[in-house]
Design a binder for this molecule. Structure first.
Ligand code: VDX
Length: 444
């Protein structure tokens, strides 16, 4: 089959210096494939013959459907026309039917070539090719690996559990003891956290009777409500050791613990663990899950947790007024930034929280094997999800696992600073029974 090189000067389009003309392997130059070529993108879509709206490249020139058909018919019929006028008619959309001779001449002038016209056989071959591609694509789609029914179900359950336990309006925050941002900042905060009093304020937290974890969790929330109703009268004079943000942040964390418990109970398999294992997992992971879930309110622009209005916007400085130091807060903010930048899908975010909660290597867990199986199942679901639904997410899983490692050391540092805080009765009295219970060192 003869392939003609298309001279660059043939069409006005070529003259503009668009370097390459896509001459195809066979003469079967598509009348439509060219339309998708990079090279037509900057070309005005106006028919080079009559000025009508063009539908793409046809037989090597940008033309409308009408002139495409006209050229093909003329060539197939080997027609020869004569101009009734003087052979220099201007062809327009409206008069293009008037002079076939000048219209055809214009076709040739702008570079249309009969060699580009497909024979009937070629047309059929092209149709077959298109159909084959369609079939292949349909087959690929059918063979694409998918999440199992069970995996999809787990994800749906976790997403729903999270929606039920994370309120984006943050309206409940109005029920917490109010935030107070006052007093000498860093000095009092760091002093409070570095003091190691020997008094143990958490010894009077409620005892562990052999009731079910559900009853215990119920007690948690009742106690929290009672505690909240008592409230705390803000002390206006500042002796330098008062942690003005502690009541509010203690209530925020206490409230969040309840939500984490609610979320945990909806993780498939969690409720079937023994009450002891449920408690061991919650006690050791609560702060990590809170740090994870708080990423939803974390704001990269001002590096703060923004939960509506300026009252409920928490910056590092505010947290120092709850007795914590930069030794925790600096890596905590770094963690939040790194996590935020992963741009996790909600599905990934909830799976990460569930995986964190179901870590078998936590102090006090009995049925290590069972928890490991549950966690493995979630990890596989997460990996499959990322592979299938996170474009360019090859490294996302590894980065998420690194975040779990970061959380362990944040947990470690928080425990250390929390211990200092809880050793001081004037501070531990600002905590809630639930916080004392969950972050306390007693084992059930
Ligand atoms: O996202 O040692 C989420 C709900 C919202 C808001 C939120 C923010 C979490 C923050 C910001 C949530 C303030 C300081 C916090 C941080 C996570 C951990 C950190 C609470 C909680 C503190 C180091 C925790 C100190 C707790 C304590 C005083 C008891 O659930």
């Amino acid at each position: 089959m003869v392939k003609k090189r298309v001279a660059k000067s043939l069409s006005p389009i070529c003259k503009k210096g668009h370097a390459k003309i896509p001459v195809m392997e066979t003469t079967a130059v598509s009348t439509t494939t060219l339309a998708n070529d990079e090279f037509d993108r900057n070309v005005p879509r106006i028919c080079g013959v009559c000025g009508d709206k063009a539908s793409g490249f046809h037989f090597n020139a940008m033309t409308c459907e009408g002139c495409k058909g006209f050229f093909r018919r003329s060539m197939k019929r080997k027609a020869s026309f004569t101009c009734p006028f003087n052979g220099s008619c201007t062809i327009t959309k409206d008069n293009r039917r008037h002079c076939q001779a000048c219209r055809l001449k214009r076709c040739v002038d702008i570079g249309m070539m009969k060699e580009f016209i497909l024979t009937d056989e070629e047309v059929q071959r092209k149709k077959d090719l298109i159909q084959r591609r369609k079939d292949e694509e349909a087959q690929r789609e059918a063979q694409r690996p998918r999440l199992s029914e069970e995996q999809s179900q787990v994800i749906a359950t976790l997403v729903e559990a999270h929606h039920k336990t994370y309120d984006d309006s943050y309206s409940d925050f109005n029920r917490f003891r109010p935030p107070v941002r006052e007093g000498p900042v860093t000095r009092s905060a760091s002093r409070a956290a570095s003091l190691h009093s020997l008094s143990d304020a958490s010894s009077d937290s409620f005892s562990h009777s052999p009731e079910s974890v559900d009853t215990k969790l119920m007690n948690f929330s009742n106690l929290l409500m009672m505690y909240q109703e008592q409230g705390g009268i803000p002390d206006s004079d500042d002796d330098g050791s008062k942690l003005s943000m502690l009541p509010h942040l203690a209530d925020l964390v206490s409230y969040s613990i309840q939500k984490v418990i609610g979320f945990a109970k909806m993780i498939p398999g969690f409720r079937e663990l023994t009450a002891e294992d449920q408690i061991a997992l919650l006690k050791s992971s609560a702060i990590e899950v809170i740090m994870l879930r708080s990423n939803q309110s974390f704001n990269l622009e001002d590096m703060s947790w923004s939960c509506g209005g300026s009252d409920f916007k928490y910056c590092v400085n505010d947290v120092t007024k709850a007795g914590h130091t930069l030794e925790l807060l600096e890596p905590l903010v770094k963690f939040q930034v790194g996590l935020k930048k992963l741009n996790l899908h909600e599905e990934e975010h909830v799976l990460l929280m569930a995986i964190c909660l179901l870590s078998p290597d936590r102090p006090g867990v009995q049925d290590h094997g069972r928890i490991e199986t549950l966690q493995d199942h979630l990890s596989e679901t997460l990996q499959a999800y990322i592979q299938l639904h996170h474009p360019g997410g090859r490294l996302v899983y590894a980065k998420m696992i690194q975040k779990l490692a970061d959380l362990r050391s944040l947990n470690e540092e928080h425990s250390k600073q929390y211990r200092s805080l809880s050793f001081q009765p004037e501070h531990s009295m600002q905590l809630t029974p639930l916080v004392l219970e969950v972050f306390g060192s007693e084992v059930s």
